[in-house]
Design a protein around this ligand. Structure first.
Ligand code: PMP
Length: 410
């Protein structure tokens, strides 16, 4: 994998910010977009734009074919058995809510259990809180180990025959932990439940094979994997998608509409009410082509090298607390930290003055911040365009932040 060449694909990286070359270390929030994706979006709007599944005119046919081809590309990318198991959504948040509304609220009742972890992104937590509240089901948590991992023993203890659903992130957006989804799926299935996987941080970074993982639902976002904002995916096992209710009702998703009742199209179209996110899906198809051409294993190997280097260099910075597993192999491409008592927003502001973009805040994981006993953290996250030099710039900028706020360290 040639990172120097890859960087040339990303026009946004070729700029200076506050007088310094941009060092973009916030890809876990959203990734940058390669020229190849931007060009496909422009070409679509310049030559093919039309509504899908409606008009029989040439542009309508072209747009429909491109939209459905994107679904096939996404299905291949995650090794879904069929493109019909790929639902286009607005993103991970919407995908998870669709399962919570369309499946959990229909299937759960008092006495049933939903199991999750306290490290989840709010998008993989609040939909289950709400579903539990609406159905009378109980929400249970698998405890976190001090290093941010969870133990399969604890999963076995938490999951019972009453567990109808377990929800977990494949990769934590704060701790970086890669969770053993396949083993968890086995435990949940043995108890008769289903496993919902939040793949927001895994699908962009690791080879993800839904059949090998044997997860029941997988949610992810296009914008974190070189695609446009506003498009995401819900993958589901066919039987579960078939028994799941649509969330949105209206145009496009119907079969026959009577005055007092109506019937729906088949999966996945019954979930795509209204004019779908046509350009977004086509852009995501282009992103999938781009990532596949490089190779997801190559991208994972690159993330691993950069993360190992970042962990090594960051450990040299005095007063820097690093959260999550010690070994790069157990992490996705991100490192979350705090610099002494300096508020991460202040750290981030000083870094930004040197062109280094990182995220600071609670990362949509307030319960986890409480476990870590901090109000917020800083996070540097990496992708295929980051280099060792980016990490060196981060470390230099952190040292200068430390000097700047010297009194607050320790
Ligand atoms: N889950 C995780 C683990 C995430 O990192 C994110 C994005 N920060 C989400 C869910 C939500 O994704 P989106 O905002 O694209 O819906």
């Amino acid at each position: 994998m040639n990172v120097v060449e890859i960087r040339k694909d990303f026009p946004i990286l070729q700029q200076t910010v506050n007088g310094h070359p941009l060092v973009y270390l916030d890809s876990a929030a959203t990734s940058q977009k390669p020229r190849q994706v931007i060009e496909v979006l422009c070409r679509y709007y310049e030559t093919d734009n039309a509504n899908v599944h409606r008009g029989v005119h040439t542009l309508g046919t072209r747009a429909t074919e491109a939209y459905e081809l994107a679904r096939e590309k996404v299905a291949r990318f995650i090794n879904a058995p069929s493109p019909l198991q790929v639902v286009f959504t607005r993103g991970t948040t919407e995908s998870l809510n669709m399962v919570a509304y369309g499946w959990a609220r229909r299937k759960l009742g008092p006495g049933d259990e939903i199991v999750t972890t306290p490290a989840e992104h709010h998008s993989n937590l609040i939909p289950w809180q709400q579903a539990a509240r609406a159905t009378g089901a109980t929400l249970k948590y698998v405890p976190l180990q001090p290093d941010g991992t969870i133990s399969l023993e604890d999963v076995r203890a938490a999951v019972t025959p009453r567990t109808k659903l377990m929800a977990i992130a494949h990769v934590s957006n704060v701790l970086g932990t890669i969770h053993p989804v396949r083993e968890i799926a086995e435990i949940v299935h043995q108890a008769g439940g289903i496993l919902v996987v939040d793949g927001a941080q895994s699908v962009p970074h690791l080879p993800v094979d839904v059949q090998a993982l044997d997860c029941d639902f997988l949610a992810f976002s296009g914008h974190k994997m070189c695609g446009p904002t506003g498009i995401g995916v819900l993958y589901g096992k066919k039987r579960l998608l078939d028994e799941m209710e649509p969330t949105y009702f209206g145009g496009e998703m119907i079969d026959v509409v009577e005055l007092y009742e109506s019937t729906w199209k088949e999966t996945p179209w019954k979930f795509e009410g209204g004019t779908p996110i046509i350009a977004g899906a086509i852009g995501l198809g282009a992103a999938v082509d781009y990532l596949s051409q490089i190779g997801m294993q190559e991208i994972r190997n690159h993330d691993l090298r950069i993360t190992a280097y970042a962990l090594e260099r960051l450990r040299e910075v005095e007063d820097l607390a690093i959260y999550g597993p010690a070994e790069a192999e157990r992490r996705g491409g991100l490192v979350t930290f705090n610099l002494g008592q300096i508020h991460p927003h202040d750290v981030s502001t000083v870094l930004d003055a040197q062109g280094v973009a990182i995220r600071a805040g609670h990362h949509c994981a307030q319960p986890l911040m409480r476990i870590l006993n901090v109000p917020a953290t800083a996070r540097a996250s990496f992708y295929l365009y980051n280099t060792e030099e980016d990490i060196d710039a981060l470390v230099r900028a952190l040292r200068s932040a430390k000097e700047f706020f010297g009194h607050a360290v320790g």
